[in-house]
Design a binder for this molecule. Structure first.
Ligand code: NAD
Ligand code: IPM
Ligand code: MN
Length: 361
């Protein structure tokens, strides 16, 4: 049998609520199989910072790095707490992990599942993946302010884009587009204004495209991309984009595909030098935290991405099927009553187990 060491970081707000359900489903899908998940929980986030002053110590990072994969709920404390301003937890924990573990691919698939009430009246067959760069762009913290707090303040935030960093994520996106049935890749940027980074991204895509003649390539400015994502999202297959544009587009993608409570993601280190980290796209949702109101589906679908990444495609498909079945049922009268976070987790875990039983006959 194979033992997989999983680091779990439930985090803040609804993070612990949704991670419990994801672990429940992980347990159900591995039950009776050859693979065992050995889960170590790390208590990190706003609660720990407030109690101890620590966000992510070198010892934490080293311990986490020794795992095969990471499952994260959400981080970010109460927005009214002045001690947490400036995204101190988000940067010191989430972004630090993405950078330290070289998660240069932030993979965010979007699908409109049958039965999902999309806010779009006729979304069509939506099935695309945003390949968001994860270690560069405006996220690197390269900035500062001069004459802070005066009327002459100058605040700079420099977006860092390296040829190495852009090429590796663009190559990943082309490889993905080649494997997917539609073979389409869209670069999204703002090359009409951000000329230096835009030029690097465009030249990189043009150069790599020559090696992938089967992939149809196009380009959209990010503002126009938001129109197309709402007006005709089915046109997209693989979108490759910078860290900040990818952040914004994937909340929009979550909204059109039936809600942020369904949007999953993987922070991938494709080389395997470091553990990859899987997490819902959403945050800690302080407005609904602690009330069993959060939809755990995004965390559960993130677990499906984790299983696939770890070379367990059958388990991944079973989790996805169970989620699809649950979502379809949500549209029908039988489950239209309001379910708690753990009731949704229980239902998906039960569905996963029944998929095992029927497929093993
Ligand atoms: P958010 O995603 O936490 O919440 C936005 C809205 O979506 C809220 O109305 C919330 O109730 C709802 N929502 C989110 N997840 C849901 C779920 N699973 N089920 C049902 N409804 C859900 O975004 P925000 O309010 O901008 O951020 C709150 C905190 O989370 C901030 O501190 C932010 O920095 C942090 N954050 C963390 C992550 C992360 O850990 N990956 C991601 C985004 C935001
Ligand atoms: C996300 C979040 C993070 C991001 C924040 C919390 C730093 O919004 O994972 O989408 O901007 O990447
Ligand atoms: Mn985001």
């Amino acid at each position: 049998s194979r033992t997989i060491r999983l680091a779990s970081i439930p985090g803040d707000g609804i993070g612990p609520e949704v991670v419990s359900e994801a672990l429940k489903v992980l347990q159900a899908v591995t039950e009776g199989g050859d693979t065992v998940f050995d889960v170590t929980e790390f208590s990190l986030g706003a609660g720990r910072f407030t109690a101890t002053g620590d966000i992510l110590t070198d010892a934490d990072l080293e311990a986490i790095s020794g795992h095969d994969a990471i499952l994260l709920g959400a981080v970010g404390g109460d927005p009214r707490d002045p001690a947490l301003r400036g995204g101190i937890i988000e940067r010191g924990l989430l972004l630090k992990l993405r950078f330290a573990l070289d998660h240069y691919v932030n993979l965010r698939p979007t699908k409109v599942y049958p039965g999902v009430p999309s806010p779009l009246s006729d979304p069509g067959a939506v099935d695309f993946v945003v390949v968001r760069e994860g270690t560069e762009g405006p996220y690197v913290g390269n900035g500062g302010s001069l004459r802070t707090g005066t009327p002459h303040e100058i605040a700079n935030e420099v977006s860092v884009n390296t040829a190495y960093g852009v090429e590796r994520v663009v190559r990943y996106a082309f490889d993905l587009a080649r494997k997917r049935p539609a073979h389409r890749l869209t670069l999204v940027h703002k090359t009409n204004v951000l000329v230096f980074s835009g030029s690097l991204w465009q030249r990189t895509v043009d150069a790599v495209a020559a090696e992938y003649p089967e992939v149809a390539v196009d380009y959209q400015h990010v503002d126009a991309a938001t129109i197309h994502l709402v007006a005709d999202p089915a046109r997209f297959d693989v979108i490759v984009t910078d860290n900040l544009f990818g952040d914004i587009l994937t909340d929009l993608a979550g909204a059109i595909s039936g809600g942020i409570g369904l949007a999953a993601s993987g922070n991938i280190n494709p080389d395997g030098a470091f553990p990859s980290m899987f997490e819902p796209v959403h945050g800690s949702a302080p407005d609904i935290a602690g009330q069993q109101k959060a939809d755990p589906t995004a965390a559960i679908l993130s677990t499906a991405l984790l299983l696939d990444h770890l070379g367990l495609p059958e388990e991944s498909i079973r989790v996805t099927r169970a989620v699809e079945a649950d979502i379809e049922g949500r549209a029908s009268a039988s489950t239209s009553g309001h379910r708690s976070t753990s009731e949704i987790g229980d239902a998906i875990a039960a569905a996963v187990s029944s998929i095992t039983a029927s497929s093993s006959r």
